[in-house]
Design a protein around this ligand. Structure first.
Ligand code: AMP
Length: 544
């Protein structure tokens, strides 16, 4: 039997995750889990000290023992200060929970492949900053994996849908409606590599919101018939959640589905029509269209054009037929839809092979792009390491990854404009990072007469609003002046967003030449020592 390639792609999703590899026929395929399903819920249930459960059984405990179940941990990756979960006297960091998910995923997938799952590429959303990417990589290390690379989800999706060789230019919009998040990205493929042009989305919107609407609808219908509401009981609530999601999925195939439910001695059969589901969730779909339009506007502001060559539908929730209908109608392009909940993992597997081949080329000193170097040695290395990959030319021709990333937020400082407090932007969302800002002459000055200090406050805006009430303070410092200065005295501002995610804000009052610097190092990630210690702890936990 031919050997499988030894590299795997993992889509570590907010609600579901998946593992893929390239098979002996050069196809990207999903490795099913222990119950033969292609995707596994990213849910962890702490059943007892020393035993954790990952996947559907964990998800099924969410309403019954909410205090022992962790879901949606991806939202907290790189933000450990905002996450609190404790079990049996131990506090868990977000990357530890992700590591447990990865460990569980790998153990389940391992039952269906001959090769040991060790070398992997893990995907992250395009808007993840450096801290969030590092946290994801740490999770892989803790789970005992060798993380070859971290790749952006829309790029992985595009690889799976098919990116042409590097000599063809293409602008692709990726509409990704998953279980807990909605992401839109526009990527550009060209000779210089694949790069993210703009990203947008709503990280609190996903299939779960469709489920919640259906749950409320079904519970209300049950109560009207029987006078009792199943949502009052955690077990009935859990059962309703599981059944509602199943009804929703079946309605992607059928026009109507019978829903049967028993609770407190009463029984109901409620027929749900696809149209009904579409009606009670119409505003949710509208939101995705609105966010997509805004993202295209940002593309236009950035590149001068808002035309895209292709739209790819990604994420399990894109399977709802209304999604494609609406996207096609709104944007005048026939959107592609193909394995929406598997394509990210498959693309990661393609990228894993590409990385492996590139690494081998590097090791033997062969340049695949120019053909310079020892081609024979390269071929020999390929033969030995990845004999089953037949279509090497395909991987070699794939455009390399561009290091260019964009900021997912707008950053600015608190300032006064005609007496009104505002956030004065320094770095606009979707600007390429690393980034350096220097204020123009006359841009900032002291706000009051006889001012003796200047408060420097760095703000992060999530949406478009620059109203301080809608932004988050992420750093603060004070310039203590040696003497009082008059109103309007010039203050120069510098802001630097480095590739490693560190932000430095500096202000200098020009008449006194007094300065203050604020450095923001995202502290949301565990250090390597803690990662190793946590890895050892996880090794003794039994993740099934
Ligand atoms: P993902 O994170 O991309 O795997 O997406 C998971 C979400 O897709 C969950 O909310 C699922 O309920 C939803 N989903 C999966 N399959 C379908 C389907 N056939 N119809 C509607 N929603 C689906």
């Amino acid at each position: 039997m031919p050997q499988l390639t030894k590299v795997f792609g993992i889509d570590l999703g907010t609600t579901y995750s998946a593992v893929a590899y390239i098979d002996e026929f050069d196809r990207a395929v999903i490795v099913p889990n222990d119950i033969n399903e292609p995707t596994t819920p990213s849910a962890v249930y702490f059943e007892s000290p020393g035993h954790v459960v990952v996947g559907v059984e964990a998800k099924n405990m969410a309403e019954i023992e909410p205090e022992n179940v962790v879901q949606f941990v991806k939202r907290f990756m790189g933000r450990k200060d905002e996450f609190l979960f404790e079990y049996n006297g131990k506090q868990y960091e977000p990357e530890e929970i992700s590591a447990i998910i990865l460990k569980g995923l790998v153990e389940k997938a391992q039952q269906n492949v001959n090769e040991q799952i060790q070398d992997v590429v893990i995907t992250v959303p395009a808007y993840f900053d450096d801290a969030q990417r590092t946290a994801t990589k740490n999770a892989g290390i803790m789970a005992g994996l060798n993380v070859l690379d971290i790749v952006n989800e829309p790029i992985a999706a595009a690889l799976s849908y098919g990116i042409q060789a590097a000599n063809r230019e293409e602008t692709i919009l990726v509409y990704d409606l998953g279980g807990g998040t909605f992401d839109v990205s526009v990527i550009h493929v060209g000779p210089e590599g694949v790069k993210i042009l703009v990203t947008g989305g709503n990280h609190e919107l996903g299939g779960k919101d469709w489920d919640d609407r259906l749950i409320s609808y079904l519970a209300a219908a049950f109560e009207t018939e029987n006078g009792v509401n199943p949502l009052t009981d955690p077990h009935a609530h859990q059962e309703l959640r599981t059944k509602a999601e199943a009804v929703k999925k079946r309605l992607s195939q059928k026009m109507k589905d019978p829903f049967t439910f028993s609770f407190a001695g009463s029984h109901s059969r409620i027929e749900v029509a696809r149209e009904k589901l579409e009606e009670i969730t119409a505003d949710l779909l509208d939101l995705t269209i609105q966010v997509t339009r805004e993202t295209l506007k940002e593309l236009e502001a950035k590149t001068g054009a808002n035309r895209v060559d292709r739209i790819l539908l990604v994420g399990g929730s894109s399977r709802m037929p209304i999604v494609k209908q609406r996207v096609d109608q709104e944007f005048g392009v026939a959107a592609d839809i193909h394995d929406p909940d598997e394509c990210v993992a498959k693309g990661a597997a393609i990228w894993a092979v590409k990385r492996k081949i590139d690494t081998l080329a590097e090791q033997v000193g062969y340049n695949a792009q120019t053909g310079e170097g020892d081609k024979a040695a390269f071929n020999k290395a390929l033969q030995k390491e990845i004999e089953t990959v037949r279509n090497r030319e395909f991987y070699l021709a794939l455009p390399g990854k561009s290091g260019i990333n964009v900021s997912s937020h707008t950053y600015g400082i608190l300032a006064y404009d005609r007496g009104v407090q505002i956030v004065a932007p320094l770095l606009a969302k979707n600007t390429e990072i690393p980034f350096v800002y220097e204020s123009e002459h006359g841009m900032f000055g002291t706000a009051h007469e006889n001012q003796s200090s200047i408060e420097l406050v760095l703000m992060e805006a999530d949406g478009d609003s620059l109203d301080p009430a809608h932004c988050k303070e992420i750093g603060r410092g004070t310039v203590n002046l040696p003497r009082e200065v008059s109103k309007g005295s010039e203050v120069k501002i510098w802001f630097n967003y480095a590739a490693d995610g560190t932000m430095t804000l500096r202000a200098r009052e020009m008449s006194t030449q007094t300065e203050c610097e604020v450095k923001i190092v995202r502290s949301g990630v565990m250090d390597m020592q803690a990662v190793e210690a946590a890895g050892a702890h996880l090794a003794v936990l039994n993740a099934r």
